[in-house]
Each structure stands twice: as C-alpha cells, then as structure tokens.
Ligand binder design. Structure first.
Ligand code: NAP
Length: 245
C-alpha cells in the first residue's frame, strides 16, 4: 500500500523544482495534494493547483481556506516556496531585493505555517525547506543566508512551541540542487545560471523530495528534526569541487 494513503498535503512552490517534485512524490505515495504558486499553470496536474503568492496575506488566507476545504483538513505542509536574488557583495543590496527575499523566504513561510496550523490534524507534519546557507554563511549571499538562518531559527522555535502536541516539524536543508533557483537568482541570465551546475553532479529535485518523504513517513513517535543533504562534490555552500572542462 502507498505510504501516504488517506493523507492530505499542501505544498508551496509547487510550480517548479523541489516543490513540484515533492508534490508529485507525495501524490505518488497516495496523498491528496494541493500545490500553490503564482504560476499556477506550471503546477503538475496530478495535484490540485491553486494560485498562491506567499508574500500577500490575502492570497495566503484565500489559498489555505480553499485548500483546507478541498482536502477536509491538512496532514502535511511543505513550505518550499523560496528564492534568492543576486550573488553580490552586501554593498550592492537594495531595499526592494531585501524585501522580496525576506518576505518570500521568511514572512511567507511563517504566514503559511500559521494559517495551515489551524487546519493541521493530529499526527500532522510541517516540513520547511531550509538550506545549507542557513547553517554556514557563504560570500555574496547575505540576504539569502540571513533568510535561511531565520527559517532554521523559526523551525526550532516552533518545535519548542509544539512540544506536547502531536505535530511533527522538520527542516530539510539541501546543498546544490539543479532547479530554476539559479535562473531566478541571476534574473533570467541563463548563461550565468547554467554555470552553477557545470562541472559538478548537482542533486536533482527528486533527491530532496525523497528526503521529505522519508521525514513524513517515520513512525508517529519519531520526529526528524533536520536533514542536511549535499551533492557529494560539495562540502559547504561555498565549497564545490568542479571538474575542468
Ligand atoms: P525553483 O525551481 O526556482 O522553485 C521555487 C518555487 O518557489 C517556485 O515554485 C516558485 O513559484 C515559488 N515561489 C517563489 N516566490 C513565490 C511567492 N511569492 N509565492 C508563491 N510561490 C513562490 O527553486 P527550488 O530550488 O525548487 O527552491 C525551492 C526551495 O528550496 C526554496 O526555498 C529554496 O531556497 C530551497 N533550496 C534550494 C536549493 C537549490 O540549490 N536549488 C538549495 C537549498 C534550498 P512561482 O514563481 O510560480 O510563484
């Protein structure tokens, strides 16, 4: 029997990369899944697509109300929506970029967690997509690093507040995963984005989706607090071995 038969899941960032792969994986394992993103047309059709902008409180409220009604309660929330903007020294940072990164990665994730928590059934699970950037800083990524340290702080603070309640919480912290992440980070500059994945075997979104699946399929008395997963050729966010080409 599929491991998530009878469960329901909400996945943010379901239009691309890790969120899309996670939505597909949870659905493959039998869960009924609602996926949210702004580009609703890109959400895999095997899940229920709903429009969501995590930076917009009204959009989040509407999305969660619709998702909870569609699913009749939520067992799993995966907060995968997120982004980075630029790889520059902090001196180059702008008010607009700072706001976008923190609103999306931090406020958006916190907002979605608060709204979904009200519908989370006993035995439920919240999975946050952190990053190795939230564990060790690297150069020219100050806002992204800041946002992911905040995600890890929030995950552990919530772990404290949830203690005694039958709700699990996990941060999955990946290293290099080949997705549209770099295309977004470099504002559509394909050549620079592609270089990030050249000369190294990066992880694929499905590798991370399997980590999420592992976390949410442990026995009820087990909480996987954190999963840190990197490409083999990577020891930190800033250190990646690349072959000459
Ligand atoms: P991706 O392919 O660019 O996907 C990002 C997703 O986030 C998209 O579905 C996007 O959907 C969604 N998103 C962005 N802003 C949003 C908003 N305001 N409202 C709703 N959805 C929004 O990147 P990814 O690599 O899969 O990233 C997923 C998560 O993994 C992020 O939190 C990222 O920080 C984390 N992560 C990635 C890596 C990596 O190497 N790729 C490593 C560590 C952690 P729309 O644009 O359609 O709204």
């Amino acid at each position: 029997m599929p491991s998530l038969e009878g469960k329901s899941a909400v996945v943010t960032g379901a239009s691309s990369g890790i969120g899309a792969a996670t939505a597909l994986t949870l659905a493959r394992e039998g869960a009924r899944v609602v996926g949210g993103a702004r580009r609703v047309d890109r959400i895999p059709r095997t899940v229920t697509p709903l429009e969501l902008d995590v930076t917009d409180p009204e959009s989040c409220e509407r999305f969660v109300a619709q998702a909870a009604e569609e699913l009749g309660g939520i067992d799993i929330l995966v907060n995968a929506a997120g982004l980075a903007l630029g790889r520059d020294l902090f001196d180059e940072s702008t008010e607009a970029d700072e706001r976008t990164v923190l609103e999306t990665n931090v406020n958006g994730l916190i907002r979605m967690t608060r709204l979904c928590l009200a519908h989370l059934r006993d035995g439920g699970h919240i999975v946050n997509l952190g990053s190795v950037a939230g564990r060790q800083a690297y150069e020219k990524g100050s806002l992204y690093v800041t946002s992911k340290f905040a995600v890890r702080g929030f995950t552990y603070a919530l772990r404290e507040d949830l203690l005694g309640r039958p709700i699990h919480i996990t941060t999955v912290d990946p290293g290099l995963v080949e997705t549209d992440f770099s295309r977004v980070r470099f504002r559509g500059d394909e050549e620079t984005a592609n270089k990030v994945y050249q000369g190294v075997e990066a992880m694929q979104p499905e590798d991370i989706a399997e980590c999420v699946l592992f976390a949410v399929t442990r026995p009820p008395h087990v909480n996987v607090d954190e999963l840190v997963v990197k490409a083999l050729a990577q020891s930190s966010g800033g250190r990646i071995l690349r072959s000459e080409s």
